[in-house]
Design a protein around this ligand. Structure first.
Ligand code: PRX
Length: 542
């Protein structure tokens, strides 16, 4: 990252994305064009972004938030999300983000494990936090972004707080090592783990935004990802704003025609989306794309799930453009492997490593494998946006590293020309529409339904979502399956975990296969669903 952005070793992400941009002559340049779900637009310049995040930094300071304290956003896409995130980083708080569709259990896991001191949310989401508040002793305050008065003790309205706060804030000198962003990610066992990053991650985010996404000061960028996801912070906030690029943020949901209108009207030149959204577009009337004016659109990128070749062929035909697949993880903080302009796209491949990253395909025994062989995708550790720990779980963090390599948990192969091909995950985590879902978390929520005796949750291939969540359920003897019960079960998972974790399919069965130590044999369930041979079942109990 050039000295232009880092001055006097000030690595603070909040500062670089706002005040530093103003100092570089971009104070009046549009940083964010906010477009709400009804199409109303508001432009925020870099100086607006600086002022509002300063105010928020002062709000947090006045509430006693200090360097290293944990603060969360629990908001849908809205301007306050960005002011809060950057303001929290300015006071050197660790800023976590949570999807607005998270349920109570998901909130409790994150706010509880991290010992969060404060959270900002919306009126419509407040109930979910209030209902678990008594179990969050460290949580001192809740800020309501669309509230202006003090609603009850410890619940504060943002408007009043912002009105009373100074627009000036001197960001403390922040080293590259200072903890910054926290995203929880689901594993196949246990609770979600808090992936902690540091301010120095901005080096990779800035570099990949330039060199992979190809953004320059003249671009208008649209990243569709929610800020609850690492893509939404690394590329929906940090990378582009650290470069002084104008971003469009849109508060509406999926709508093919509206999306094409948005691309045309806002003259979006670089668009970063995800395979499920692109596959949804593929199902739409072709006229929507042939009639759309995409003359300003230079590049389209994708991340989060395998990008199947059909999508690339569709885009070449209808959008007249390639789609560049990119690969990374919450833990890696920035794009590690990608297709990009200037590199021939091989449909189905994730592309090649980015500058400074050294991938290796490593066997279980630790041997480095040759081209063409499938194995664990590992990355030589040490780049700046590599996570610094799993919060409160350093032992599991350390297990991820062997002989200087970070083990990603994905399997892949490299071809003779150095392109990487994603093969799958080496654990049971389900990737549905780009969201990682822990089968363990869903099973735990299912067990809370009084009728459910046991359950086993697996991900199975799905044409649209890449994988869908399927729950095998056995009921206590006195209950029988019914459509009402299915609805009850789905609602429970949706309220407790999240809407994306809600089983797409429920299969009632008399028993759930387990091994002799009582572990659910998800592999057997998946094979049963797929009509395949379950392989070795010698350890199976029943
Ligand atoms: O399995 C890989 C899949 O998503 C995982 C990372 O998920 P998460 O930490 O939620 O971060 C998602 C945003 C980057 C990876 O371990 N994944 C990500 N990108 C791709 C992918 N799978 C295939 N192709 C990709 N391009």
């Amino acid at each position: 990252m050039s000295d232009e952005y880092i001055e006097n070793n000030q690595y603070n992400i909040g500062h670089i994305c706002t005040k530093r941009q103003c100092a570089l002559g971009r104070a009046d340049k549009t940083a964010m064009r906010w477009i709400d779900a009804h199409g109303a637009r508001v432009d925020y310049s870099f100086s607006d972004l600086d002022r509002e995040s300063n105010r928020f930094a002062n709000v947090l300071s006045d509430l006693g938030v200090q360097s290293g304290d944990i603060f969360f956003t629990y908001l849908p896409k809205m301007p306050e999300q960005f002011f809060a995130f950057l303001g929290a980083l300015k006071v050197q708080a660790i800023c976590g983000t949570m999807f607005s569709n998270f349920g109570e259990d998901a909130l409790l896991d994150r706010l509880g494990d991290s010992g969060a001191k404060g959270v900002i949310t919306k009126k419509s989401l407040l109930r979910k936090i209030s209902s678990i508040r008594s179990r969050l002793p460290a949580l001192k305050f809740i800020i309501v972004a669309d509230g202006d008065t003090v609603a009850s003790e410890g619940v504060l309205g943002l408007k009043d707080l912002m009105n009373a706060a100074s627009a000036e804030f001197e960001t403390p000198l922040t080293s590259a090592e200072t903890p910054s962003v926290l995203h929880y990610t689901s594993g196949s066992t246990g609770k979600p783990k808090g992936v902690l990053h540091r301010h120095g991650s901005i080096i990779n985010q800035n570099m990949t935004t330039r060199e992979v996404l190809g953004l320059t000061l003249d671009d208008v960028f649209w990243c569709t990802a929610d800020q609850g996801w690492v893509t939404g912070t690394s590329y929906g906030i940090i990378g582009p704003w650290s470069l002084g690029v104008t971003q469009v943020h849109y508060g509406g949901g999926y709508d093919a025609r509206e999306w094409m209108n948005l691309l045309a009207r806002e003259r979006i030149s670089v668009w970063y989306s995800a395979p499920t959204a692109l596959r949804m577009l593929m199902r739409e009337d072709e006229a929507i794309f042939s009639e759309a004016d995409l003359s300003h659109l230079r590049h389209v990128f994708s991340v989060g799930e395998p990008l199947n070749p059909e999508v690339i062929h569709w885009a070449r035909r209808l959008l007249k453009r390639d789609i560049y697949d990119t690969w990374f993880q919450t833990e890696t903080g920035a794009i590690m492997i990608s297709n990009r302009p200037g590199l021939d796209v091989r449909p189905g491949s994730m592309g090649k490593q980015v500058a400074g990253i050294e991938p290796a395909i490593i066997a279980e025994c630790g041997a480095h494998l040759s081209d063409g062989e499938q194995g664990n995708l590992c990355l030589k550790s040490g780049w700046p946006s590599l996570f610094i720990t799993y919060l409160n779980n350093d032992a599991v963090y350390r297990q991820k590293f062997q002989h200087g390599y970070y083990h990603t948990g994905d399997t892949a192969r490299r071809d003779a020309d150095g392109y990487y091909w994603f093969m799958g995950r080496s654990d049971d985590v389900i990737n549905t529409a780009g969201h990682l879902v822990s089968p363990f978390e869903v099973e735990s929520a299912l067990l809370e339904v009084e009728e459910v005796a046991e359950s086993g949750v697996v991900g199975v291939p799905d044409e649209l979502l890449y994988e869908k969540v399927v729950a095998f359920i056995s009921l206590h003897e006195r209950y029988t399956p019914s459509s009402e019960l299915e609805i009850k079960i789905r609602l429970r998972v949706s309220n407790k975990v999240s809407t994306v974790a809600t089983p797409q399919e429920i299969i009632f069965c008399p028993v759930i296969p387990k091994n002799k130590s009582g572990k659910i044999m998800r592999r057997v369930l998946k094979a049963r669903y797929m009509g395949e041979d379950p392989g070795d079942t010698s350890t199976m109990e029943i």
